[in-house]
Design a protein around this ligand. Structure first.
Ligand code: ADP
Ligand code: MG
Length: 392
């Protein structure tokens, strides 16, 4: 409630010496699993001495300057009143491990200057409390605009997201948590920035060989179990070898199949899958599109689309035997076109998708490709005709 927020804001202002001289807290704008984010006015932005150029960065994030009053020319009168600079103050929960906090700040530092990635201005620590200061980016709630998007709107939105992914991936960094709340988008200016590197990691860090990188023939001899959940009607065959651990961090419904199959050699391609899920959400006008409570349910949902055959092949890639008796999982699944027609209230037999939608669906199938090695990279995606709509 309100008094609780006020209390937290007081606490934050008291935690750092000189906070009130630097920032004027305005309101709470986000509360996640790992942090609380506030909007604040930066009272002394021009005193920073770092590589971040506030004026260059901020023109994207601040409202247009006040118009000069009649009779006064802008040339003759240098603007004395500076426009307010807004920042987002991310208060990272003290329960987060120090290495995790350092990781997020370090990766953000590496990514400074990347197009469509929210830059880190600075960070402070007071005992166990760490705050990150980011430029404030005006954005709308995904739920308020995704149903109204035209195919061209989708293309512009995703071009911005894939531009960010191409930069992040070129630094060999996996974001791991691509979803609408971590991509701040302003439908008016049609600009977006990627935020939240709390789960991000460097490719190859925490990596052990997975059979998906083996020869297909060798792979068949090295099957292993994953989970057993007979009551759900789908399970990965039991055997006696120890089950393995793999990084599964991310958000339900956005996890790539290889994450669900506990691939131990995950790549930047996991972000491409998640971006594909966002596109599927927009095309089908359903959010959340996937609504699983756990990984087995998530596997069932994906298997329902792709069918038993392709899902079993995808499991085998990572050495898993997938067994299922669920009647809704057909042998060959459904087409994206069919799913989109059905979920938007059109009939699969009488209606067709538009040519633009067709292009979007073709692009979607390159992102939601079960085999990560065959899935498009962010660079490939940016070359696709769908992301170049309105450009060529
Ligand atoms: P968490 O790790 O808690 O999810 P995020 O970095 O995703 O933290 O931030 C949570 C929310 O705060 C975002 O979904 C967004 O609404 C808001 N937010 C984060 N950074 C900014 C920013 N730079 N400008 C405006 N709002 C932001
Ligand atoms: Mg977040």
């Amino acid at each position: 409630d309100d008094s609780h927020i006020q209390h937290d804001m007081e606490k934050l202002q008291n935690a750092f010496v000189g906070f009130r001289q630097k920032y004027r807290l305005i309101k709470r704008i986000g509360e996640g699993t790992f942090s609380t984010v506030y909007k604040a006015e930066d009272l002394a932005y021009d005193k920073y001495d770092n590589s971040w150029d506030p004026d260059k960065e901020m023109e994207k994030w601040t409202p247009p300057p006040l118009k000069s009053s009649a009779g006064q020319s802008n040339e003759a009168l240098p603007q004395r009143r500076r426009k307010p600079k807004y920042v987002a103050i991310k208060k990272i929960y003290v329960t987060s491990s120090p290495s995790r906090i350092l990781n997020e700040l370090e990766l953000l530092h590496d990514l400074r200057g990347c197009d469509s990635v929210c830059p880190l201005i600075t960070a402070f620590r007071s005992t166990d409390q760490v705050v990150a200061i980011l430029p404030y980016f005006r954005h709308s709630d995904f739920r308020d605009y995704f149903r109204k998007m035209t195919v061209l709107d989708m293309s512009i939105y995703l071009r911005s997201l894939f531009t960010a992914l191409a930069s992040v991936h070129s630094h060999n960094i996996l974001h791991r948590d691509i979803k609408p709340t971590n991509f701040l988008y302003d439908p008016d200016s049609r600009r977006g920035v990627l935020v939240d590197f709390g789960l991000a990691e460097r490719e190859g860090y925490d990596c052990r060989p997975c059979v998906c990188h083996d020869d297909p023939v060798d792979r068949k001899t090295r099957l292993r179990p994953l989970v057993s959940s007979k009551e759900k009607g789908a399970y990965l065959r039991e055997d006696t070898r120890p089950s393995r651990r793999a990084n599964r961090a991310g958000t339900r419904g956005f996890r790539a199949p290889e994450v669900l199959f506990k691939c131990t050699e995950q790549t930047t391609k996991i972000d491409i899958w998640s971006a594909g899920v966002i596109l599927l959400t927009i095309l089908s006008r359903r959010f959340p599109f996937f609504n699983s409570a756990d990984d087995v349910e998530a596997m069932i949902e994906i298997a329902t689309i792709f069918g038993r055959q392709r899902m079993q092949a995808a499991a085998l890639l990572h050495g898993c035997m997938l067994e299922t008796t669920i009647p809704t999982i057909g042998r060959s699944g459904h087409t994206f076109e069919g799913i989109i027609l059905w979920s938007t209230g059109r009939s699969e037999t009488n209606d067709r998708v538009s040519d633009d939608e067709k292009l979007a669906i073709e692009f979607l199938s390159k992102c939601m490709e079960l085999d990560p090695s065959r899935r498009a990279s962010a660079e490939d995606a940016l070359e696709h005709k769908f992301l170049r709509l309105g450009l060529d």
